[in-house]
Design a protein around this ligand. Structure first.
Ligand code: CA
Length: 117
């Protein structure tokens, strides 16, 4: 089974969609791979895997290798992509992402987030 219980074909499609440098868009990617419609618990588990040093936060270096959690042969994100991705999920401006990935879910789901999960 693919990363975070996602469908292999969906993950492949999501990765294919951002194969070119600087084409990564987290909203597009989360939707394409199915992570956007997973429960908060599943997303939390997925982000816990990305937090490779178990610091409780996803730091820039970990985020840069985000795609490789989905496929070992995937590319690293460019600096530009990493910074944009980081800024999107960094709700308090401390330069890192909370390990639950909630910042992204809030943006993807808007106000429905709390009601639906
Ligand atoms: Ca970490």
């Amino acid at each position: 089974m693919a990363f975070a219980g996602l469908n292999d074909a969906d993950v492949k499609a999501a990765l294919d969609g951002c194969a070119a440098a600087d084409s990564f868009d987290y909203k597009k990617f989360f939707k394409a791979c199915g992570l956007a419609s997973k429960s908060a618990d599943d997303v939390k588990k997925a982000f816990a895997t990305i937090d490779q040093d178990n610091s409780g936060f996803i730091e820039e270096e970990e985020l840069k290798l985000f795609l490789q959690n989905f496929s070992a042969s995937a590319r690293a994100l460019t600096d530009k992509e990493t910074k944009a991705f980081l800024a999107a999920g960094d709700s308090d401006g401390d330069g890192k992402i909370g390990v639950d990935g909630e910042g992204y879910l809030h943006k993807l789901r808007g106000f429905k987030y709390k009601k639906n999960i």
